[in-house]
Each structure stands twice: as structure tokens, then as C-alpha cells.
Design a protein around this ligand. Structure first.
Ligand code: 5GP
Length: 220
């Protein structure tokens, strides 16, 4: 029996976990922690036309492409979703990257905004699970942004206005988690992952298994 149960675990459709949070909430650190502790979770590496930042690695953080290469991918319908940022750079999620995981029962985590989420939900409504992370307070968020020491006060004020604007979209997410304690937040999100993985529609191997159980119950 344990062999059957083991096989069932592998006959599952992967889940697409879209996580969003206002900048400064700790989304990047959280995603890294989840990836480190959950071997069935993979990161969807997006394509971008923005220049590589210091410390970033091609193929790990993003696939960095030229505008012409990006255009070619659009023409080939290679993207699940794509977005143009207000800063002029473009981002996109590759179908090939995501499907290669989902089809073999591996789950994928995405770092994308509500514009991307809407497109993903349209293309794969049964596979997408979305989580919105809220900071415990705006005071705390401002403190964290200022603590980074990378931006001027003017830039921070602009970011705060943008955050308020984007936050309106929290109602479009399946789950909302307030990120008070970072470790607790990781645990809470892991629990969401566990529950979503157990959903009947995702356990595609169950049909065969339950049929066998019913046959055995009827015929011994
Ligand atoms: P950054 O350039 O700072 O890495 O990312 C800027 C924004 O683009 C972030 O809010 C991030 O969530 C979003 N982003 C990154 N990759 C994608 C993607 O493939 N699709 C969408 N829709 N947004 C993305």
C-alpha cells in the first residue's frame, strides 16, 4: 500500500503560487526561504529587458534579453503573461518554463504584480493560487524602506504613493497574510501550500486509486 501512496504523491498537477507584497514587506527574502525549505517548489525565472543589477545572475534572477529578443518571444506566443513597467522595461513569464514543472507535479512560485496575476488567472484559472502579503503597518514599511539607505526621501515618498495605489488590488488575491513575524509568515505560507496541494482537482492520480478501492470493497 505504501508504494501506491508514494506513487500517488507523484501523480499530481503542480500549483502556480503567485505571491505579491508592497516593496519593503520582505517578499524576496520570504520566497528565498520557501525555496530553500521546500524541494518541490521551483522559482519561475522571468524574462526581462531591464539591465542586470549588481549581484544578479542570468538564468537565476531573470533571463536578460534585448528588446528584439523579447519581441521575438512575443511573436512566438512564448509568454503566459507579460507586462511593461512604467520605467520602460518589459517582463514576461515563459510558458515553457512553467509547464515543464507543473506537468510533472512540481509547484512554481512567481514574483509578479496584479497585472501579471490577472493574465495568469485567465490562462490557467485552476492552477493559480494567489497570496497577498501585507506589512504590519505603514510606519513599519516606511522604516524598512528608509533602513535600506538606497533611496532618497523623495523616492521613498513616491514609492509610498505607488504602494497605496497598488494595494487596492489586495481583494483580487485568494489569501492575505499580515507579515508581522518573518518566521511565522513562512510557516503560514507553507501551510497554504500544503492545503492547496491536497485539493482533489490537483490529485489527478486519485481517480485510479479510488476506483481500485471501490472494486476491492465490492469484489474483495
Ligand atoms: P525588478 O525589476 O525590481 O526585479 O521587478 C520589478 C517588478 O516587476 C516587481 O514588482 C516584480 O514583481 C515584477 N515582475 C518581475 N517579473 C515579472 C513577470 O514575469 N511578470 C510580471 N507581470 N511582473 C514581473
Amino acid at each position: 500500500m505504501s508504494e501506491v501512496i508514494q506513487r500517488l504523491k507523484t501523480v499530481r498537477r503542480g500549483v502556480m503560487f503567485v505571491i505579491e507584497a508592497p516593496s519593503g514587506t520582505g517578499k524576496t527574502t520570504l520566497i528565498k526561504k520557501l525555496l530553500a525549505q521546500d524541494e518541490n517548489l521551483k522559482f519561475s525565472v522571468s524574462v526581462t529587458t531591464r539591465p542586470k543589477r549588481e549581484g544578479e545572475v542570468d538564468g537565476v534572477d531573470y533571463y536578460y534579453v534585448t528588446d528584439a529578443e523579447y519581441d521575438k518571444l512575443v511573436k512566438e506566443d512564448a509568454f503566459y503573461e507579460k507586462v511593461d513597467s512604467q520605467y520602460g522595461s518589459r517582463y514576461g513569464t515563459l510558458r515553457s518554463e512553467v509547464d515543464s514543472f507543473i506537468n510533472v507535479g512540481q509547484d512554481v512560485v512567481f514574483d509578479m504584480d496584479w497585472v501579471g496575476l490577472r493574465q495568469m488567472k485567465e490562462k490557467a484559472p485552476n492552477d493559480v493560487v494567489s497570496i497577498y502579503m501585507l506589512p504590519p503597518s505603514i510606519k513599519e514599511l516606511r522604516k524598512r524602506l528608509e533602513g535600506r539607505n538606497t533611496d532618497s526621501q523623495e523616492v521613498i515618498d513616491k514609492r509610498m504613493a505607488l504602494i497605496a495605489d497598488k494595494m487596492q488590488h489586495w481583494v483580487e488575491y485568494d489569501y492575505v497574510v499580515i507579515c508581522d513575524d518573518p518566521d511565522q509568515t513562512v510557516d503560514t505560507i507553507q501551510q497554504i501550500f500544503s492545503a492547496e496541494r491536497m485539493k482533489r482537482v490537483r490529485q489527478i492520480g486519485l481517480k485510479e486509486f479510488t476506483q481500485k478501492l471501490m472494486d476491492e470493497a465490492l469484489h474483495g
